[in-house]
Design a binder for this molecule. Structure first.
Ligand SMILES: CC(C)(COP(=O)(O)OP(=O)(O)OC[C@H]1O[C@@H](n2cnc3c(N)ncnc32)[C@H](O)[C@@H]1OP(=O)(O)O)[C@@H](O)C(=O)NCCC(=O)NCCS
Length: 162
C-alpha cells in the first residue's frame, strides 16, 4: 500500500466498518515498515481490497482485511490473507492473531479455512456497538498441517505451492 492508494482504501473501509480507520491512522502505519505491512489488491487503477499486518516479538497480527463490495466472493480476501501470511512466514514469525466480530460469520469462515482457531472472546471490544470480538490464532505457521492447508488454498486459487 502506498499513499496514493489511500482514497480507494478509505472508500472500502468506510463501506465495510462502523468505526472506519482514518486516513491519518493508515498513513502513520505506512511510515513504519519495521513493524507494519499493508497490502492492496488493485484492478487497473482501482483499489479492490487491502489488508494490514503488525508484527513483533515473533508474532503477527492481522489488523485489517476488506474487499470492495463489488468484488467479494472472487477470492480477493483469500489472496490478501494468504499474502500477509506468506509475509509472516518470510519474516520467520511463529504465529498470527486477529480479532473478528462475533456476528461476522463470513470472515470467521474465511479465517478458519486458513487454520485460524477461536481462542478467546473480548467482551465489548467494539466500542461503537459494544459487540464482542473473537480472538482467532494460528499458533504454529510451520506445523505440517498448516503448511498443507495453505498449499491447498494456493492450489485452489491457482497460485504456486511452497
Ligand atoms: C471478509 C471479506 C474480506 C472476504 O473477502 P472476499 O474477497 O469476499 O473473500 P473470498 O472471495 O476470498 O472468500 C469468500 C467467499 O468467496 C468464495 N470464493 C472464493 N473464490 C471464489 C471464486 N473465484 N468464485 C466464487 N466464489 C469464490 C469463497 O469460497 C468464500 O465463500 P464461502 O465463505 O461461502 O466458502 C469481505 O467479505 C469483506 O470485505 N467484508 C467486510 C469487511 C470485513 O468484515 N472484514 C473482516 C474483518 S475481521
Amino acid at each position: 500500500m502506498r499513499p496514493e492508494h489511500l482514497d480507494g482504501v478509505l472508500a472500502i473501509e468506510r463501506h465495510s466498518f462502523p468505526s472506519p480507520w482514518t486516513r491519518t491512522a493508515f498513513a502513520s502505519h505506512l511510515q513504519h515498515p519495521e513493524f507494519a505491512k499493508y497490502l492492496v489488491a488493485v484492478r487497473g487503477e482501482q483499489v479492490i481490497g487491502y489488508t494490514g499486518l503488525f508484527f513483533g516479538g515473533g508474532q503477527g497480527q492481522i489488523t485489517n482485511l476488506a474487499a470492495h463490495p463489488d468484488y467479494r466472493h472472487q477470492g480477493i480476501g483469500s489472496r490478501l490473507l494468504l499474502a500477509s501470511i506468506d509475509y509472516c512466514i518470510v519474516l520467520g514469525l511463529q504465529g498470527i492473531s486477529l480479532e473478528v466480530r462475533v456476528s461476522n460469520e463470513d470472515a470467521q469462515t474465511l479465517y478458519e479455512r486458513f487454520g485460524f482457531a477461536k481462542v478467546g472472546r473480548r467482551k465489548g471490544y467494539y466500542q461503537e456497538t459494544g459487540e464482542d470480538a473473537y480472538v482467532m490464532c494460528v499458533f504454529n505457521l510451520d506445523n505440517q498441517e498448516e503448511v498443507a492447508k495453505l498449499n491447498s488454498i494456493r492450489r485452489d486459487l491457482g497460485l504456486y505451492e511452497c
